[in-house]
Design a protein around this ligand. Sequence first.
Ligand SMILES: N[C@@H](CCC(=O)NCCCC(=O)O)C(=O)O
Length: 262
Amino acid sequence: MSRPIVAVPADIREFDGVTWHAVQNQYIRAAVNAADLMVLIVPAMEDGNDIDAILDRVDGLLVSGSASNVHPSLYGQVARESDGPFDLARDATSLPLIRRAIDRAIPMLAICRGIQELNVALGGTLASEIQEQPGIWDHRKPQNVDRDTMYSIRQSVFVKDGSCLAGIVGPGEVQVNSLHRQAIADTAPRLQVEAVAEDGTIEAVSVIDAKAFAVGVQWHPEYWAETDSPSRKLFAAFGDAVRDYAALWSSCHKPNYRLMAP
Ligand SMILES: N[C@@H](CCC(=O)NCCCC(=O)O)C(=O)O
């Protein structure tokens, strides 16, 4: 069987005076080398997305991190200048893909911005500049350092016993990296918290009653996915879930969801 394919929604980036649809190589490298998958980059479009057309052709969804923030209007708040940078096209592509992948039992791993999009997509809210809150650490990426240092493993998270994540990396303390200034505030009703930092910041969730792998993490397992054990285990579990989905549908035609009731 050929390698299953995961969709990765792109960011909109501007350089050389041109608008690009971009995904950082670390996500692609982790999907290919640690999960043994192929990747299809999905362009970020503010409108005109045909979500089922995309999901009909892939076996999983990998939602990457990004320096941009989910627009506050998507979780009922007024956007302040300090809440940016924004990427409306990414929001308009990622959130429907997340909702529909859950509906269709397509395996999904959401990372950093991805867990925030997952929470907002299912009705939750986000907190900004969390380091300014009393008792909350500075989870932001270190500045003026090389990328290995920026993504260095430097924080403990505590995986809840009996959680989906505990079944992958084990319960208890796990060492991870941290590069974010937002975090889940109100947890969406369909999400269960799977790991927290020592300061209480939500670090991982899973979708309650999901029919497939549906996990979000606030840290970046993709960066060290080939060398760090918890990172590699998470990507291997995601890869296995995607292969199971692909095997299920390879033996029978995928239903055409566009013909089914919305
Ligand atoms: N913007 C959100 C999500 C953070 C995130 O995805 N970080 C990845 C950093 C990528 C980079 O800057 O290279 C937040 O800040 O919480």
